[in-house]
Design a protein around this ligand. Structure first.
Ligand SMILES: Nc1ncnc2c1ncn2[C@@H]1O[C@H](COP(=O)(O)OP(=O)(O)OP(=O)(O)O)[C@@H](O)[C@H]1O
Ligand SMILES: [Mg+2]
Length: 205
């Protein structure tokens, strides 16, 4: 899977907040988007995810020689802050990713357990989400995205406010996913930047 960006700009009330002449995101490595606060990282992620249309330019998804417009159905979004359902179990929070795609309950629970295994949280499947640490919460949010069978995973600052060990755990999970999915992250975190194979710097314009 590849995402090709050409001449993409976004403006709010006439103020341009993003302008990318060209960029290419290709699977097989973590693709990082970096730049100071307000440089448009989250705005670019929204455009790639098909959550908003750019004011100019084009975004093209290309897979197995087929080129198409961005579709929300291709993207699993890991929001900054994770947004787990606090009173539900870890398993429920992850299975919801598959349930949202119409997978029936037993199969969704199986997928959830497999996804939790991938993020090293299999033993916390029955825990209530509200008791998790920040790093565990972020890994569960990643498992929820893994549980959706989508070719692109987009994570907005997935290591923000985590200590180094927790951030490294999240980076390791993302690194292991890079062969099966296209991974795009926005980040300020030098530790995660180091693990990225490509970096698009929105501050350098
Ligand atoms: N819905 C909106 N309406 C008006 N302005 C917006 C909107 N969304 C974002 N902006 C503005 O666009 C600019 C870029 O915001 P964006 O959230 O993309 O930056 P960012 O690089 O993700 O920043 P951060 O590192 O703080 O998350 C900011 O100046 C922000 O105020
Ligand atoms: Mg942001």
């Amino acid at each position: 899977m590849r995402v090709e960006i050409a001449g993409v700009s976004v403006a709010f009330s006439g103020r341009e907040v993003l302008n990318v002449a060209s960029a290419l995101f290709v699977d097989g490595g973590i693709c990082g988007i970096v730049g100071p606060s307000g440089s448009g990282k989250s705005s670019l992620l929204s455009v790639i995810a098909g959550l908003r249309a750019p004011d100019t330019g084009t975004v093209v998804f290309s897979q197995d020689g087929q080129r198409r417009k961005p579709s929300r159905d291709d993207v699993a979004w890991v929001p900054q802050g994770a947004y787990l359902l606090p009173e539900r179990s870890v398993a429920d929070n992850v299975a919801i990713g598959a349930l949202a795609e119409g997978v029936e309950l037993a199969a969704a629970m199986e997928r959830a357990e497999a996804a939790l295994e991938q993020v090293g949280m299999r033993d916390r499947v029955a825990a209530t989400a509200s008791v998790l640490s920040g790093g565990e919460t972020q890994r569960v949010a990643l498992a929820r995205a893994i549980c959706m069978s989508r070719p692109i995973i987009i994570a907005d600052e997935p290591t923000a406010s985590l200590d180094r060990e927790a951030a490294q755990n999240v980076a390791d999970v993302l690194g292991r996913l890079q062969d099966e999915r296209l991974i795009i992250v926005a980040t300020h975190d030098p530790l995660l930047m180091e693990q990225c194979d490509t970096l698009l710097d929105l501050g350098a314009r």
